[in-house]
Design a protein around this ligand. Sequence first.
Ligand SMILES: [Fe+2]
Ligand SMILES: [Fe+2]
Length: 497
Amino acid sequence: MNYKELVFAFNRIGIALSSETKMNKLFNLIVDEIIEFADCDACSLYIKNLDKHELIFEATKTVSLLKKDESSVFKSFSVPLTRKSISGYTAITGETVNICDCYKIGEDKEYDFDKSYDKKTGYRTVSMLSVPMRSTDGDILGVIQLINKIDKNGNIVPFSAEFEQIILSLASQAAVALSNVRLLEANKNLYKALVKSFSQAIEERSPHTAGHSKRVAFISEMIAKHINNKTEGVYSNIFFTYEKLEELKYAALLHDVGKVAVPENVLEKQNKLSDDEMEVITNRFETIKFSITLNMSDMDEIKKAIDGVDNELNFIISKNLPGFISDEDKIKVKEIGAKFYTEFDGTQHSYLTEKEIFMLTDFVKGNFSPDEWEKMKKHVSSTLDILKEVPFTEELKDIPKIAGAHHEMLDGSGYPYHLGHENIMLQSRILAVADVFEALTAADRPYKKAVPLDRSIKILEFMAKDGELDKDIVQMFLDDKLYEIYLDARDNDRIIV
Ligand SMILES: [Fe+2]
Ligand SMILES: [Fe+2]
């Protein structure tokens, strides 16, 4: 190899190594490139694990032992980090070890050759070059071992001394690439940890929804992976890469992050009126009953009137619970509320205040008044606002978009932007189905009771039929019994994301 060829090869290898972002792929790439560059029969790569004082055997390849079409799965393993092995010696001392024949290592050397691999495979290791992978700040990150240098006649020869320097430089390039991938992985792990603690922080605000995002992430990921396995039908051409699955999972974990901006009293609301507000009403009704005893003389009449007030109070209490209220009941609440009683000071008051009547009759969803419901709905735009500020990597850039559309409906009836089906990504549709199903089947919440499974399935089917949820996702979720897999995992504490 002349100088020009050498520079060219170096450059090519440098580019290849620096563009690899996956650790395992990088290790194999280093081994492949070195074998090709150095004209040797085999190459092994060890990475130092200082915490455990060991060397991890990460990748290896022996060209002459490769059979055609054979794809063997290499499993990494670790060896103790000692000067007794050649790799260990290089890793500890940082010295390059160049051996002409591994079976003739002098007694004066600290290291020796481990013949077990040769014995097992019938291979004969002759020449070996063991070089440290040194990072730019001088740390030894690992060791590369080149085995059996082949000359142009196909004979095994020793590695030349001048070749040592070239391989040493290549090993340093590999070390730089390794540092970069480690940095990238550390970054990703940091992201993951932040995402998880962020979503956990939200859920801890409300014990009633604890675990919701995690469960929604589990369902979403399961649906997406299931789509990947489809070889026919609408999803035959859709495949989520590992990165896209990660993106969806994070979006699901973060989809309700905007709930940080929802006031506590709204988030934690249980009934239409709070316990304190109900207590005021109960006390008032006691006063009403007392005023009856003061203003009436016939005992039978008094008893009848008091029973009537008790019934009215019980009715009000029952209508304070979350849930649907019929027009008939609304009228009844208003009629009770409009009645008057006389206070001790002679002043007259209505049974219920205007606000109380409003809260008991004019709620929009479950137990929310229109104003409270607006505040609750705002969590989606808050999610978007928060996530837009996060500088996600290219691979995760759609997280805000996916998460921000989890309450959008295909027919445009969702919120906050009333997006139609053409503007809602498949990932958001998956997330929407997961969100609805989790919420329906979740244990009791302040504003709703758990819905039985058969009813939850019916609701999903209706929402798909009405054009709210994606019918293909719902159909697959139900037909392929994905919900059973989820419920089984949930009920057996196997929700891991
Ligand atoms: Fe939500
Ligand atoms: Fe949600």
